[in-house]
Structure formats: structure tokens, C-alpha cells
Design a protein around this ligand. Structure first.
Ligand SMILES: [Zn+2]
Length: 233
């Protein structure tokens, strides 16, 4: 496996010597939409570096309700809390958009890799970016409408996938946003009327990205991939 063939920003940001040490421990995996990679309350066994897959970190409530608290694609990694601490995960990890990723066992990663200065800087930079995402989205959930949050979520997703069409049911969108399905139906209808998206038989297509950005609240401006100040060495 060559570093140049990868798109994950953390893996490609590693120094060559660090990447070579990590390479034999990395396992390519193909992930399917809807797959559950780890449960809340468990220690994460693997760290995931998405390539084309997009992952969703979800807070789970006792009554079965859930909401996405973080979205992770090629710009980052899933399991940052398991790497910097040893507490059980408070959230579950799920696959939003199927595709490829690389994974490494958490123990191996901590034992072999964490010593490097370059890796530590990279992980801290990503941790800051991820904390920014979680804090902005939690304020967004308090202040902004379902339609605005739907638009932000869709833009965050589209920043991480190559296709303009994603296959997703309204039920799953409602789970991501932590709202009722009826709320998603209304918001999707309004966004469709505005010409921003079309939604047919579970296929969601973004027709007008600029329109989607106008519907979204200010939160997207803070969170768009590449707009954050993080610099990977
Ligand atoms: Zn917002």
C-alpha cells in the first residue's frame, strides 16, 4: 500500500517513517451503509480512517432515540477519544455512506504509533477540528430549525463523498438529526420546492449546492471541510 494512493488526510499527513511503521498494521475494509462498527459503552477495538466511506458518531438515549454528534470522512479518523484516553466510548459508531476505509487495532495504534511527534501533532490538530464540529453542532441543534440542520448535515456529507447522489431513507435522516420522520418530510419538501435537492425512492440528489448553502444556517461556514484553520504538516 502506497501513501500516495490514499485520500485520508491523517494517513497521508504522516511522515514517511511513521506511515511505514503503521502500514503493516492497517487493514483495508469495505463498509456498508447502516453497518454498526462499535457500541456506546464499549471500548473501541479499532480506529477507522475513512477513505470513501462516511461514518457517523451517534449519541444513544435510553428510550432508543439517537442523534448524530459527529460526522467523519476522509478528513479524519474515528476513535480519537479511544486514542487519547482509555474510557469506553460514549457514542456508537455507524456507517452513513458505504465505501472503503482502513482500520487498525486501538492497542496496536497506541503501542506502535502514538510515540511519534508528527503523529501527535496530527492527532491534536484533528481532535481540535472534531471538538469544533461537535460543539458547533450542539449549539446548532438548540438554535436552528430542522430544515437548516438538514441542509448543514447534507453539506457536511457532500463534502465527504464524490457522488452527488446518496441512497438514504427519510427514517435514517431523521435518526441522524434526532427529529421525527415527519419533520424530515416537511424539510425535504421545502428544499425540493426550492430546487436545492430532489428526493426519489430513497435517492437524494443535490441539484443546487449554492441554494443548499443559503438554506443552511451559519454553522456550515464554520464546519465546511477545508475551511477550518487546521493545517496538516
Ligand atoms: Zn446551525
Amino acid at each position: 500500500m502506497m501513501k500516495e494512493m490514499l485520500t485520508n488526510k491523517i494517513l497521508t499527513g504522516l511522515r514517511d517513517a511513521e506511515f511505514e511503521r503503521l502500514m503493516p498494521l492497517l487493514q483495508p475494509v469495505s463498509l456498508s451503509a447502516g453497518e454498526r462498527l462499535s457500541e456506546a459503552g464499549e471500548t473501541m477495538r479499532f480506529i477507522y480512517f475513512p477513505e470513501s466511506a462516511v461514518l457517523s458518531c451517534q449519541a444513544e438515549m435510553q428510550d432508543g432515540k439517537s442523534a448524530e454528534v459527529g460526522i467523519i470522512g476522509f478528513e479524519g479518523m474515528a476513535g480519537i477519544t479511544a486514542v487519547v484516553g482509555s474510557l469506553p466510548a460514549v457514542n456508537s459508531l455507524n456507517v452513513s455512506v458505504g465505501g472503503s476505509a482502513l482500520r487498525v487495532s486501538t492497542d496496536d495504534f497506541k503501542r506502535e504509533i502514538l510515540r511519534g511527534d508528527g503523529v501527535q501533532q496530527l492527532l491534536l490538530a484533528y481532535a481540535a477540528e472534531y471538538i469544533t464540529q461537535i460543539s458547533q453542532r450542539s449549539a446548532c441543534a438548540v438554535f436552528h430549525t430542522t430544515e437548516q440542520r438538514f441542509a448543514v448535515w447534507l453539506l457536511l456529507l457532500m463534502d465527504r463523498v464524490k457522488d452527488e447522489v446518496i441512497q438514504i431513507t427519510q427514517e435514517r435522516i431523521a435518526e441522524h438529526l434526532g427529529v421525527r420522520r415527519a419533520g424530515v418530510t416537511v424539510a425535504a419538501g421545502a428544499m425540493q420546492d426550492a430546487g436545492a435537492i430532489s428526493y426519489r425512492r430513497g435517492n437524494l440528489r443535490v441539484n443546487d449546492r449554492q441554494m443548499l448553502e443559503m438554506i443552511a444556517c451559519e454553522c456550515y461556514g464554520t464546519l465546511a471541510v477545508g475551511r477550518q484553520q487546521t493545517t496538516y504538516m
